[in-house]
Write a protein that binds this ligand. Structure first.
Ligand code: NDP
Length: 394
């Protein structure tokens, strides 16, 4: 784990112990040559939003399914910053771990479930929403069982392994009249929203090109990377796991759907990490407006989460683009390089509250099942383009 992330986690732990809750996260950028330094940690702490928190009894109750790395380090702590959502139940295959977290987050032990008695969550009126944070291959089954138990669903990305599974999830949610949202956190994160706004406002001139690169080194010594190296549980390799952020970026920045796709895949021969899943995927998308996107995804290059938007008059550089805590946005034009200072907010709390709000208001969430289905469809076409060496018309 990066030192900065470790420091941030220990800062959160200290704040939590000191009774401050979690104060949101911040930008601590390196000082560039031309640009101004990013704000300090203290300056970047979010100003309290004007919108008041709902009283505890009015907040919607959430159950977390799968108490792994992401659930326990990012999602569960973020409930302290939620205004419409509270953590009330845990679903885990490890009772002792669930009890430990139940105590830490004041979850009533009667609200601990396992994968066998999961369906009995239907009898628990405290639970409104179930958040699926399991290995990819289990998303469909637990989402479908969840809606059939009468609960709304937040499901992690990628939505599922196959197009058919995604369609079954959407159908099941419709049939049960429950909401299904895919946890595309970047679409709730202020720096990414500012990038979309700037790109679509005409400020960059005519949009020409988007590049987006998402990669890291897969490390199967870590439990969370063990299943990622297994095709049966992960569904795909770097593309399904992090290349999906490059694909998402191209789609949400243009606001368009690609009409043509080409791609190339390469995995280092004899690297045991890539016996079942791919290492590198480079893909090119063409959008109806003529914008091209050059995207990459890797399980072999050093940690990168970067988006660039090239217009006829200016260029935007968002790097890190889709980190948990750090973002940095630079506008490059004939006036020089200007860092865009944006109030950093806890994107996890924002997306969690978005689903609660959508349920309270009975509105379609911004990233519904159909959004997850579209990415799985496109990722399958990316694999096909790489396999056949042909440009595929969508
Ligand atoms: P972990 O391996 O850390 O957690 C997965 C958890 O699922 C396990 O701890 C375990 O919880 C449970 N589980 C149930 N069955 C299995 C199984 N057969 N093998 C392994 N675990 C199992 O993974 P992550 O937390 O990194 O990822 C989980 C999901 O979250 C993935 O879909 C991933 O794509 C997504 N994710 C999203 C991120 C984002 O930024 N939006 C970031 C990271 C991950 P228990 O012991 O409680 O049963």
């Amino acid at each position: 784990m990066f030192d900065s992330v470790k420091k941030e986690l220990s800062r959160r732990a200290l704040l939590y112990k000191a009774g401050f809750g979690f104060m949101g996260l911040s930008v601590v950028g390196a000082v560039g040559n031309i640009i101004k330094p990013a704000p300090t940690l203290a300056q970047a702490a979010p100003a309290p939003s004007n919108e008041p928190s709902l009283p505890p009894e009015k907040k919607l109750g959430w159950a977390i399914v799968g108490l792994g790395e992401f659930a326990t380090k990012q999602i569960m702590p973020s409930f302290a910053e939620c205004k419409k959502s509270k953590l009330v139940a845990l679903v885990s295959g490890d009772r002792a771990k669930a009890e430990k977290y139940a105590q830490q987050y004041s979850v009533n032990p009667k609200n601990i479930y396992n994968y066998q008695n999961y369906d009995s969550i239907r009898n628990n009126p405290e639970v409104d929403i179930i958040y699926i944070i399991l290995p990819n291959a289990l998303h469909a089954e637990y989402s479908i069982r969840g809606v059939q138990a009468g609960k709304h669903i937040m499901c992690e990305k990628p939505m599922a392994i196959t197009v058919a599974e995604c369609q079954a999830m959407i159908e099941a949610a419709k049939k049960a009249n429950r909401k299904l949202m895919i946890a595309y956190r970047a679409q709730y994160e202020p720096y990414n929203l500012a990038t979309i706004q700037l790109a679509q406002s005409g400020k960059l001139g005519k949009l020409k090109l988007i590049t987006s690169d998402h990669g890291r080194n897969l490390n199967p010594k870590e439990p969370q990377d063990r299943w990622r190296a297994q095709k049966k549980l992960a569904g795909g390799g770097s593309l399904y796991d992090i290349g999906i952020y490059s694909l998402q970026a191209a789609r949400y920045i243009t606001g368009e759907e690609p009409v043509a796709i080409s791609a190339m895949i390469y995995s280092t021969p004899n690297d045991p990490r890539f016996r079942e899943v791919e290492e590198n995927v480079n893909f090119v998308l063409r959008f109806p407006s003529g914008v091209l996107a050059n995207c990459s995804s890797s399980y072999g290059y050093s940690n990168t989460k970067r988006i660039q938007v090239f217009g006829s008059d200016a260029v935007l550089e968002l790097d890190p683009a889709t980190d948990y805590y750090k973002h940095r946005l630079i506008l490059k034009s004939k006036n020089g390089n200007q860092e865009q200072k944006i109030e950093d907010k806890n994107q996890f709390a924002l997306e969690i509250d978005h689903l609660s709000e959508s349920i309270i208001q009975n509105k379609q969430p911004k990233t519904p099942g159909e959004e997850g289905l579209q990415d799985v469809k496109l990722m399958q076409l990316i694999y096909e383009a790489a396999r056949t060496g042909k440009t595929i018309k969508v």
